[in-house]
Design a binder for this molecule. Structure first.
Ligand code: SF4
Length: 338
């Protein structure tokens, strides 16, 4: 687990007015009716508000989210960027980030992004298995992801990649194949989203018909904890989001799936549990004191003391101590009693 830099992005939601597809899991068509592309004033107001309330020393970017920024109407895209760009030019924000589809990237669109100070382009890859992409009606292939990532890199942008777990036809092995192929594209950051069944989507119909079964929370935590280790500890690629944001309106429309407001914390706690369990085994101990970085104590103990209970149920007594000398995400052995 990597230590987190503090960010306070200005998040502006851009509904997918221009998205030519209906991915089976996406409910943006469902909720877009209530949301319009932001006005220039709304962009400026959000930036001004962020400037007023931001704490010193916190890095911030202006972020246009919504899935298909470069597929929206060109005039709208330039209008939004033109409203945001002066804040970047003045140094109020460190850059602009957008997220989009792999097949909505080409050199011409990247040139427009560059001209308006965009620094980070995030691609929704979701899977690198063409069968999974077809089944989800993504409308692009894994090769499109690789092609777009190369164009983005060559144009000098920071590259973000998003993947999902638990999609129809996907497996844990498949998720690791996706992770391997994404890591091979050398992204600067990754987001991982477990698939949720959202009202008003084709996936909700599949779920109701019994042809799709989402991951359980336990399955998603187990897999995503391992993916977190893969990206951050093995490949040194930050995972900047794991699970949907607790405030996202999708939560309100969620019908089934591994939804949890503290999903990342669950995954990080699982990694601590596995590290502590491995240490107990190595030491052949039943009572152990473990030292962790002060910011990691709650994760080591577990969400709602889940890890503490897990060890107690198995006859172990584990005490967690805060120690500044221990790196974030690591554990160090304290006193051993066998
Ligand atoms: S490409 Fe993105 S915005 Fe468009 S339907 Fe798929 S997930 Fe939704």
């Amino acid at each position: 687990m990597m230590n987190k830099t503090r960010h306070a992005n200005v998040a502006l939601f851009v509904p997918h007015a221009g998205c030519p597809h209906q991915c089976s899991f996406c409910n943006q068509r469902h909720i877009a009716g209530a949301q319009a592309v932001p006005s220039d004033e709304a962009v400026r107001a959000a930036c001004e508000e962020a400037l007023r309330t931001r704490r010193a020393g916190v890095d911030a970017q202006i972020a246009f989210f919504g899935g298909s920024f470069t597929a929206i109407d060109r005039d709208d895209m330039e209008r939004l960027l033109a409203a945001a760009y002066p804040y970047v030019k003045r140094g109020d924000f460190s850059g602009i980030r957008i997220s989009t589809r792999p097949d909505a990237i080409d050199e011409e669109r990247l040139a427009v992004l560059k001209a308006y100070g965009v620094t980070t382009v995030e691609l929704g890859a979701q899977s690198m298995d063409d069968a999974v992409l077809r089944r989800c009606h993504r409308g692009h292939t894994a090769n499109d992801v690789e092609r777009a990532a190369e164009l983005i890199r060559n144009a000098g942008f920071s590259l973000g990649l998003q993947m999902m777990t638990g999609l129809p036809l996907d497996t844990d092995d498949g998720a690791f194949c996706t992770a391997e192929r994404l890591a091979a594209l050398s992204p600067d950051e990754v987001r991982i989203y477990p698939t949720l069944v959202v009202e008003g989507t084709p996936l909700a119909e599949e779920y109701r018909a019994g042809t799709y079964q989402p991951q359980t929370l336990e399955q998603a935590v187990s897999l995503c904890a391992r993916l977190l280790t893969f990206f951050e500890e093995e490949r040194h690629i930050p995972v900047i989001r794991l699970g949907l944001h607790a405030e996202e309106s999708l939560f309100e429309h969620c019908l089934a799936g591994p939804v949890h407001p503290a999903f990342r914390e669950l995954c990080e706690s699982r990694l601590f549990r596995e590290k502590i369990a491995a240490l107990l085994k190595k030491e052949n101990a039943t009572v152990l004191t473990v030292r962790v970085h002060p910011s990691c104590v709650s994760r080591a103990v577990g969400h709602r003391r889940e890890n503490h209970t897990w060890f107690c149920d198995r006859g172990y007594s584990v005490t967690i101590q805060a120690d500044e000398a221990v790196a974030y995400g690591e554990i160090k052995r304290g006193e051993v009693v066998t």
